[in-house]
Design a protein around this ligand. Sequence first.
Ligand SMILES: Cc1cc2nc3c(=O)[nH]c(=O)nc-3n(C[C@H](O)[C@H](O)[C@H](O)COP(=O)(O)OP(=O)(O)OC[C@H]3O[C@@H](n4cnc5c(N)ncnc54)[C@H](O)[C@@H]3O)c2cc1C
Length: 467
Amino acid sequence: MSDSFDVVVIGGGPGGYNAAIRAGQLGLKSACIDKRGTFGGTCLNIGCIPSKALLYTSELYEEAREKLPKLGIRTSAELDLSGMMAHKTKVVGELTKGVEFLLKKNKSEAIVGEARIAAAGKVDVKLKDGGACTLETKHIVIATGSDVAPLPGVTIDEERIVSSTGALALKSVPKRLLVVGAGYIGLELGSVWRRLGSEVTVVEFLDRITPGIDGEIGKAFQRILTKQGFSFQLSTKVVGVEKAKTGLKVTVEPAAGGDKSVIETDIMLVAIGRVPYTAGLGLETVGVALDKRGRVVTDNHYRTNIAGIYAIGDCREGPMLAHKAEDEAVAVAEIIAGKAGHVNYDAIPSVVYTFPEVATVGKTEEELKAAGVAYKIGKFPFTANARAKTIAATDGLVKIIADAATDKVLGCHIVGPEAGNLIAEVVLAIEFGAASEDIARTCHAHPTLTEAVRQAAMGVEGWTMQM
Ligand SMILES: Cc1cc2nc3c(=O)[nH]c(=O)nc-3n(C[C@H](O)[C@H](O)[C@H](O)COP(=O)(O)OP(=O)(O)OC[C@H]3O[C@@H](n4cnc5c(N)ncnc54)[C@H](O)[C@@H]3O)c2cc1C
């Protein structure tokens, strides 16, 4: 192993491995260090990928039982949970190995071990297979990601009180599942187990689900999930949990305080968010500044307060999303190589992979109101979209928001089938500074779900034609 580099990246998640790959492409000598043992970070190992594998297979299972008979197909679907888990494990294994291959292909050294910054330009590594080394480098990129946010007073045992990691690997379908937190992770994993047969109750501190997404879309989403069998207790907080012989007794009370009550459940999933992870990196010794929430402080070129040390991904500010980490990775490598790396934070989509999906990009109506920006709205329901009818998936709507004066697209919020794919054209529109009229006058194939996006864009100027 070489011990002198242009760039050493600490963390092998979507931020870290993409930064190392892009640095390699740009002719920089790079290394990527991860302590986990497999590359790909939270995303590939215990996040995006295993959750999406289970979301897909559990959706097929529910479709086979509930939807296909209504469409003239008789089946007798039976659950093989270990087979489902085996599919998940296989996909994770293939993709994590793929990252190692990509690092090698781009001449980046993949090092398995725990890194600690000894000083600017110097990284100590405790190698996983024993031994240690010190790497000299011109630049250090911190991409150490995030960890599960703890719920005060509650100890996660990953058996009965689980984080997302435990919820991705339950050995049997719980009769009752209590999800604490109505964010995307709680709702996705709640969906998996509800489809497989659990009664799912979601307790959320705020008075709404999926905080941060457009309020109208959030309400529509909650209605759809309730119809599917989710039960919600909003404005409620968990204040204690007692392990009984066979289940859990979870004490809750109104968020504003008041009478306590007890919910009995078999498994409790703590999904109240994620916190930046920088423990053991030696940041205090080197003097790298953190903000109040423990995130590494950087300027808009991802530079920390210490020359030659950068940070990207979940461990710095911004949405904790794999593609945000990936975009910052490309930008930081390009900046280090002397190019003009840049991320447009107004054009970062965010998707909840339930059924139907929720996808959003840009500003919400609430944000625009608060900022005093005059806007126009176009909406289109999937009940009026021909393709949605043919696939029997008509729940939801598309909402496009454009600037009242210039017609520039400011945001798009979708709850509906394939929302995660549909949002891509609006992300591109925002990236290009397009007007809603550009989308409305662009030909969209018929019959596709994309026509719902076009009809919503037509609605901004009041000429929706298919409703
Ligand atoms: C259940 C779940 C589902 C998710 N689904 C999605 C989704 O669908 N879409 C999406 O965009 N995002 C999703 N996310 C979020 C996504 O996983 C993160 O935003 C993303 O992984 C962040 O990438 P990162 O590179 O910043 O950090 P991470 O992926 O967390 O990688 C950081 C890596 O750094 C390593 N590390 C830390 N400290 C050291 C050290 N001292 N030395 C060596 N290595 C170290 C860790 O082992 C880790 O592998 C999900 C997360 C979870 C938990």
